[in-house]
Design a protein around this ligand. Sequence first.
Ligand code: ZN
Length: 478
Amino acid sequence: MADTTARQNAGRNGDQLPNEDNRVVFFERAVCDLCERQIEKKRYCTLNEGETFCAECQGEATGPVQELPAFRQQRHVIRGATVYDTLCASFALHGSLDCLGSRTILDTPKSEERQLSARYKWASFNQVHSEAMAFGAGLRQLGLAPEDRVALVADHSMQWLVADLACTLFGLIAVPCHTAWDAPTFQKTLRLTACAAIVCADRLIPFFQELELLLPEAPHVRVLVDMEDRFEFAEHLLDIAADGAAQMSADAAPKRDADRNLPAENEGACATWRMREVSRLGRKHPSSPTPQEDPSAVFGLLFTSGSTGTPKAALFTNIAFNLKVTRTNMVVRGHTTFGFEPLAHSARTNSWSDLMHGLRHGIFSGDVTTIFEDIAALRPTMLDGVPRVWNELYDRYLSLLAAVRKLAAEDANGCGLPDTAVEAITMSKFKPRLGGRVECITTGGAPIAPKVPAHLHVTIAYLHMESDEFEPFRTWSK
Ligand SMILES: [Zn+2]
């Protein structure tokens, strides 16, 4: 590790080209979504829908398409001396590409239930960068300084990732906390880490406001930020001027502000702010980034969940995090990933890895019971999850298989179809439920019964690539 640090510092200070070890090689994905053939010359993409077609299949697209050159193998230097350097390289390289995706709320008559869009909408890397800069500058305006600790407490969301990026840009130390902790655990954590701010999900605001009354257990906490509704935030992010640095136009202001009546500022030591208010403040008073410059500085904390006693934390140094999120030297740009696991866990580094490598990261709609609906809407190409998810998927496949088998037996007047045909029919019905594009599944965090990945490998996940980094199917511990 010391050796790597020395070399990276040499590259940074000597202004030399980083050596081969610092390079991340991109292979870009170019497989037709319809016929699944490798695309050789031109690809055709639907606008903002993330579908790619070959020349033969482009007529089948549901909307207008744009013609683009086929992807090529490219070499890009992405890993810098610090996380910030790597992040800047990624933003510069991927600016206009899709970065974070969310479903949005459809306009429906008031009497009807809230409906979500059938497809994901995407904010570009530029838009995400702009928002993280604004939010970080806003935190500066609220008195936070480099090295201050910021607790992040929410489910997997765009807001969480934007807040984490803002911390990196402005040298704040993110302290990801688990949402299920009880009050004493939070008090202890906030006291031990001396957090200056808490950025949390809207549903947790009352909890923390009450906790505040219990202070002085955590007297350092000066700012409480409400992340607000995930869909409102997604629309806000999509509305940001796409050139990244531009000011928000007046009509891009949050649309449903009037529905909420949180005070902008509470009386007392700890003020409550809404996340978009902080960003607006930052846009009004922009500041230059103040990132960590020392690769050996503490970059962040990783807590255990607390299910086996008091949560314990591991420290990530800047360089450890940097290496972790650029650990693979080969990346397939053009992939779509799905995020739903708590970011206080290893999902944080996985999501960062997607950001660093220009992948599209779609985020769930906030309800774990409907993640398969989100997956069908997102049409991911890579899926990452814990065994519980794959077991559920396996059970769903088995019940569909049983239903098809029963139907087939009835249809054929008791003669039945060969089992291979029944499985083929089941698969043709099942695959679209995951969007039909999944090439690679990873599992981790707990042991999985071997029959489940074996089944997933045969029925769903193939990878069109030969490499040590991405075997067609591999199970590993995160
Ligand atoms: Zn095709």
